[in-house]
Design a protein around this ligand. Sequence first.
Ligand code: SF4
Ligand SMILES: [Zn+2]
Length: 1238
Amino acid sequence: MVSTSHTEAEESAFMTDLLSGIDDSFFDAIPSPDRSSKMRKTPSKSPKKPFAVSSLCTSVRASTFADTTHHQQNLSPIRKKAVFQTPRKPKLKHNENRGSEKDSLGSLLEGAEDWDWEDMDSDFMTPKKSVKRTSYSHCHPNDPRPPSTRCTVKEVRVTKDNGLYQKELTVVVESSSQHRRVILQDDWFDVYIRHGDEINIIGTFSNGSTSIDDISRASTSSTPPPATLPSISLTSQPTSGLLILHPDLLITATSLSSTPTCVRKPILATLIHSSSDVTPALVWGNMLHEITQSCLIDWTKGESEWDEREIDQKVDKEVRRGLGDLLRLNVTVDQAKRELKLRAIGLKAFRERYVHDTPKPEAILTNTRSERGQSSLLAISGLHDIEEDIWSPKYGLKGKLDVSVQAIIEDTITNTSRQYTQNAPLRPSESLSVASQTHPTPLELKTGRSTQVMEHRAQTMLYTLLMEERYATPVPSGLLYYTQSDEVVRVPRTMNEMRALIQKRNEMAGYMMRRIPSEKKGQKKEGIKDVEDFLPPTINDTRICGRCYVVNTCMLYRKAVERVRDTSSPISDIYSLKTSHITPTQAEFFKKWEYLISLEEHDLIRFRKELWTMTAKERQSHGRCFADMILDELYRHDISTPQTVSKRESRIHQFTYRFVKANALLGIHNPGDSLLNGHMSVGDAVTVSVEPDLLALVRGFIVSLTPDEVVIGVDHELSLSVIRARRPYLGQDGSPIAFRIDKDELFGGMGRIRENLACLFYADGDTQRLELVVDLRAPRFTEEPSGPLAPEHEAVAKVLKLLNKNQEAAIRKVLSTLDYSLILGMPGTGKTTVIAALILLLVCQGKSVLLTSYTHSAVDTILLKLKHVDFKILRLGNVDKIHPDVYKFTLAALKPATTIEQLENQVMSPPVVATTCLSIDHREAKRGGLDVSLFKRLSEAHPEAVVDLTDQYRMNEDIMLLSNRLIYSDRLRCGSEAVAKRSLRLSNFDFLDRLHDSTTKRCSNHGCWIEHLLNEKCKVVFVDTDDVPARDSRVGDLTQNITEANLVHQVAECLVGCGVAEENIGVITLYRQQIKLLSHRLQDHKGIEILTADRSQGRDKEVIIISMVRSNDSGQVGDLLKDWRRINVSFTRARSKLVIFGSRSTLQAEPLLKEFFELMDSKGWILQLPPNADTIHSSLITPTSTPRKRTVIDLTQDDDSPSPRAPSRSSKKPRRGGVDEGLLKGRPILRDLLNGTS
Ligand code: SF4
Ligand SMILES: [Zn+2]
């Protein structure tokens, strides 16, 4: 039986913990995504009964039996604690009322337009300057939420008031640039706050008071005299306001609730996502959650009485869905069903007692804080949502609520000390008052034999705050339902506890922010920055630390990052046990790589906070948001085709919605506003919000995208009526609700990557890999390859026959390896073939193979070669991104398993498992070495482990010449004469004849440029657009070239018209915006692939057309075109013909490309286009073409470059020397080859 009642002593111990001294040392760390999302599964399909506005709002009915002297507020007693209290000062006058206060939540979104978002060099937490912007006015009369003012701290002074120390902050309101004063007294004094910190002040400022000190100080200070400053005092009084430090760090309520035991623990838990903590309690808990939630959903549909049969059905369903977990727990289906049915036994009673329109007499609500003579009854009268995910940048909190219900609570108070008992009739001498209120209320389900009741209370209390934020109606208490004890506990929100929790939150945030180095421009950037310690010290409690679930991580950080020497503390034995094996070199390695991961993470966090620090329009201009989107209510998605959606994804993809641009609905179509502009593409994770404060109402992925519409698959239902109920001011004028759809960069997070790194260093970790990767121990090889090289297996023999000597040597090397070997394959040398052959051989030898790459396409290219093998292959990953021809290898393609054995067979038996791995794209992280692949590290340390593949079978000799001269020192060879002489023959010349029927004259003066390109002898050509001209232009911070897109389109049309199959044509550009433009132009030729350089890896096409995009008077080439790795990948995709469109005058300014032009010149491979070449062939000009823009906006940056002003990026790239220098000598370009080229 779970004990949910607590003694006064226990509760006060908890409070003391909560409030106990905040440590002086403050450090920092990085938050990662909500752990609770991992702990909890996403809900099943949940059509819910939306509540009308009236049912949300508090309705109070007080029925008086006898004594009416009890007022309603007496019924929710606030336990007053005398903690850190100081003598009260006279109350400040509150002159500003909330209605006129412009600095409420809307202020979060103010001033952000002037932040230097472009510049990653700047400290991203510091706004460049604050300029007043029109605020959202969102308050409405019933809105109970206190105002919040976002400020930056300008000055911190310690002063004395009535003999007690206090901190006086001078702050600047971000929305108005006005100065104000914040006085921190009592326990607020301990907040570790510094100049430049960002804070939210929850509460109302009043006109300031002046001290003599103030006046004298004012004469020497640049800030206005404090006398004129509106001010607020934060104290330990229940009515006091709150201060939220670093509010952009959204800390989860679950992690915050565990801070009283150890603040270090939740910080570490946000850093590292452990995948190994599947415990029976967790699995049963998750399943019971699902069952209870599903029961509640059925009830709203009027379909359920929660009888045994129904519950059994739900248990069966849940067990089927959770086979994966059962497999990990090593539990059979029958055992699981028995266990769950036992645990679900109380649900029926819960339903009968509590789920009702009005409180039943037996529906007793436990309230450990009740006053004498008070008792309460509960009715759950409605369901608002399941697993509601609420983000609050006002409080710097987020959380996922198990169940959001409408609760009716009836409080009864007798005026005698006699306890109210249900069956005892009232005696005449007793009088009784009953009051009933209804509110939206968070209901937390607790399924285990938990000992953490205090943490549960804290968590639930925080949820009341989050719910109030989202519902904009009072949420005075939360509910905890302990399934094992059939008890429902009321958790009233009390200001004292809330304040204590917020102070713990601030402590956590203070540490976490120390992780983010504040870099000033021009500061040296190499190496690990001197960040302050970002973890609180260990608590050194043998009992608690011994049982702590992050003890491994905690001790690893203590050793490798904090370099603690400890031989005497109570936990010194644990410390030594966990870390004595770690050498100084290993510690250094962990510290460095952990830091580089955190840099990558900072970008993600920075992008995420744009959701509330930037308006939709602003963010849209940066390509990371669709603003003003209207929900298409008539859209119906056929949900009956889940074939392409795996089980896990189906949980994310519960509902499908279409949104249309508001302008498009009005008939306004401006190509500059196209949704295809920007960084958001199909498959990207997104959040859907309504400004200003309904953030991330639903989350999901882009399913399809056109210039005016986007279809997204999401995890929750979106209901316009619910949104209007919560924000009545929306659409009051009859206008539709405008949504913003934001790219959600932090969807995946870095916790898993960090965990993988940490696993190398744990005491029971992967010692072999630690030695090989970190210590660089030499790999071992046997004398002879193990196993036969040409086994009887027919398929193997067939594959082996296709290999050349070079490739066979590579295979031999691998088969003789005991640790690792490295195959360096230059482009077209048949890496894919070698890998496919290797997989066949290894499987024949009874080995299992993990096939992985950074990109889906690289993985699938290899799998395509294994399409017909007779062994099983398991392809993991997002099915939307998997090649249709290898879909058969995914779990989604298989019959759903119904038993553990079936699942085991599906998951464990395939000898080949294929999936993608993660890549890193942070500029500074790259500089620090995060893009130095494992391959480079190992091949440089042990060249003897490397085999080269040099015979290439892709490019004809002209195409090969380009990279052979420019990069590979002529080491590449054509594998055969047929390859060397390969060319593109056209089958249908009629098309060209027709093209010229009406335009022959215009073309013949110069010779037809299109005919020239299509000529079989033309194998490599640079098409110079300088005379056309074809200038680049900007869309937000993205670069495009409309004319060049039109030219590429025309060539593609002609190729197809002349009989080249669409599948044989590929278009590559390095610019995302150009990709979108080209996709639109070529929408009628779905077979033509349009790729970024990265996505083209591992691919080839008979013809490749490259659009270089950059064309401008200022000679701005941008960082992308300085990235020789990507250029090289693009050049080496073509088999027979390579056509490169670009502006010679612009591009040759770049030294690297200058040498390319010298080579092209010497070969006569440059074609100068005539003026207006794009309009010569009138039959090719499509209606979709838009007028060419001749104005060139100032072009300073690339879209793909993480930093638009990243001057030193190119200097760190391996620079190609003279053509003859041959960079492969000494392998300095290895990184390029390894990280990219295939
Ligand atoms: S091991 Fe101890 S100090 Fe470390 S996080 Fe856990 S409880 Fe805190
Ligand atoms: Zn022509």
